[in-house]
Design a protein around this ligand. Structure first.
Ligand SMILES: [Zn+2]
Length: 389
């Protein structure tokens, strides 16, 4: 499968690819089973987009290109996606983002570790903001599997893994050719040089690929060996280690490395929720529950929106000014009639991104149960009623 690993670089190239003349279709779909038949939903999304397209004043040629995009996307979702989703283990596919520009012969698929809001957008540039958010939220890991002779590097991100060694020009043995003559024990020297080389490569790859954390795989008898060669700065970034040998399959490595990733993520989640609950109990710089969270969002107070993974609830949105609420029939901001929205959480997330707030999903369901499944850390408290501006 291609294009599993989304990088900023890829998104930058995607954006630069477009020239203001040709339209590109951006398509987002959830493949989570609980949401029903995704092929059917995709068809509905596209039918609706087709109507929207007819109402635009794009040229016939431009429309033709977008219609061809729709056909290609439909076909992919119907014929290929179910197979990709089914065969995805040990990878996780919970959603898909597709970019297509038929006029330029461009078609690209990204598999997502989390469903993003479903939509079809056609425009002169790709709609990539949701992907940018994903990139920001997930940590990028360098996984190194090393023994005294070999080392393999993998990059792990959003539940998928690539062979990172291919991404850099490495020649691990280059420096073994001429050990200084004062070193008689060539064998030991070669091993030490190998580990030093690996440590340098780790440093290089981590900075080249913007990796946040390091995971080490080693055979049991060599446990802790690499650690001794890592500079303090890199030791600080070690998220964990597991037992492995450089000849293990990529699937085995991914499975074991993901366990460490899960532990790291759970710890971060706990930390975030602890901070939230501390602040809530002090009634300072935090709100919880849908109503208060939406209210804080509408007042631009939110620094971090915290949402239980999979939490969905209906609400209302003002079509005129964008106000989000729980059940207000009339918009309290502009007086327009509000629209019923099936999942207001989606809108809240969009709004938070729009405002430059960060969004954190909490996977462990029990953590946010007692605070109403949604909450926020605030930048500032609402000022008194008489405050101006
Ligand atoms: Zn309004």
């Amino acid at each position: 499968m291609e294009n599993r690993m989304i990088t900023y670089d890829m998104l930058r190239k995607l954006r630069e690819f477009f020239d203001g003349e040709h339209l590109i279709t951006s398509f987002y779909l959830s493949t989570v089973e609980a949401r029903g038949d995704f092929v059917e939903r995709a068809q509905k999304l596209i039918d609706e987009a087709r109507k929207r397209l007819q109402e635009t004043d794009y040229s016939e040629e431009q429309k033709k290109s977008v219609l061809a995009d729709f056909d290609k996307i439909s076909e992919f979702v119907r014929d290929k996606l179910p197979i990709e989703v089914r065969d995805a283990t040990p990878f996780l596919i919970k959603g898909v983002a597709i970019f297509s520009s038929s006029a330029r012969g461009f078609f690209q698929v990204y598999y997502l570790p989390r469903p993003l809001r479903e939509r079809v957008v056609f425009d002169f540039s790709p709609y990539i903001r949701p992907l940018t958010l994903l990139l920001d939220e997930y940590k990028r890991y360098l996984v190194v599997v090393v023994d005294y002779k070999k080392a393999r590097f993998y990059e792990m991100f959003m539940g998928s893994i690539v062979d990172a060694e291919k991404l850099v020009d490495l020649n691990l043995r280059a420096r073994l050719k001429s050990p200084p003559p004062r070193l008689r024990r060539k064998y030991d020297y070669a091993i030490a040089a190998h580990y030093m080389n690996v440590a340098e490569s780790i440093d290089l790859i981590m900075s080249l690929r913007d990796c946040d954390l390091l995971i080490i795989g080693e055979p049991k008898k060599l446990e802790g060996r690499l650690m001794a060669y890592l500079p303090f700065r890199l030791r600080q970034k070690v998220a964990g280690r597991f037992e492995a040998s450089p000849s293990d399959s990529i699937e085995t490595i991914l499975k074991r490395a993901r366990k460490i990733e899960e532990i790291v993520e759970r710890e971060e989640e706990m930390k975030l929720v602890r901070e939230l609950k501390d602040r809530l109990s002090e009634e300072q710089f935090a709100v919880s529950g849908l109503k208060d969270t939406l209210d804080a969002l509408m007042h631009n107070q939110v620094q971090t929106l915290i949402v239980e993974e999979g939490y969905e609830v209906s609400g209302v949105r003002c079509p005129k000014c964008g106000f989000l609420g729980t059940d207000e029939a009339i918009c309290p901001v502009c007086g327009s009639e509000t629209l019923h929205v099936v999942d207001i959480v989606d809108d809240a997330i969009e709004e938070a991104i729009e405002q430059g707030a960060s969004v954190e999903h909490v996977i462990e369901k029990s953590l946010l149960e007692d605070v109403g499944h949604i909450a926020a850390l605030l930048r500032f408290e609402e000022e008194g009623e008489n405050a101006q501006g």
